[in-house]
Unconditional design. Structure first.
Length: 127
């Protein structure tokens, strides 16, 4: 035998339906009669509604992508800070400073050579 159990939301649902239906039904009736009277205007209205919905959805997607990129850049930044702290912790401040200065000297040397090479090429002198 089947016994029907009533939900605790059932009275709330009925109350909401009886309160909202006098407000919504005349509007829906007006929209339906306008759609029947001029289908072209209704089609344009639906197209505009679709465009608005698509723009809203794309805005949400853009915010989600921006959040993901912000999180990714934050992870990369703090990961690099963590790696630098780990390197200094492992090697010590003095050794890390000496190695970093040597690395900067090498990069500066390469940059200076490329600068001189570009300067010679600009002046028309081949290597």
């Amino acid at each position: 035998m089947y016994t029907h159990t009533t939900s605790t939301l059932h009275p709330l649902y009925n109350s909401a339906l009886t309160t909202i239906s006098p407000l919504v039904l005349p509007t829906l009736d007006t929209i339906a009669s306008m759609a029947q009277a001029s289908p072209a205007a209704f089609t344009v209205g639906m197209l505009l509604l679709a465009v608005v919905v698509v723009v809203k959805v794309l805005g949400v997607v853009r915010r989600m992508v921006a959040f993901g990129v912000r999180v990714l850049f934050g992870l990369v930044f703090w990961g690099a800070i963590g790696v630098m702290v780990a390197v200094v912790w492992e090697r010590g401040v003095g050794r890390t400073g000496v190695e970093f200065a040597g690395w900067l000297r090498e990069v500066g040397g390469v940059w200076w050579e490329e600068w001189q090479k570009a300067k010679r090429e600009r002046e028309g002198v081949e290597i």
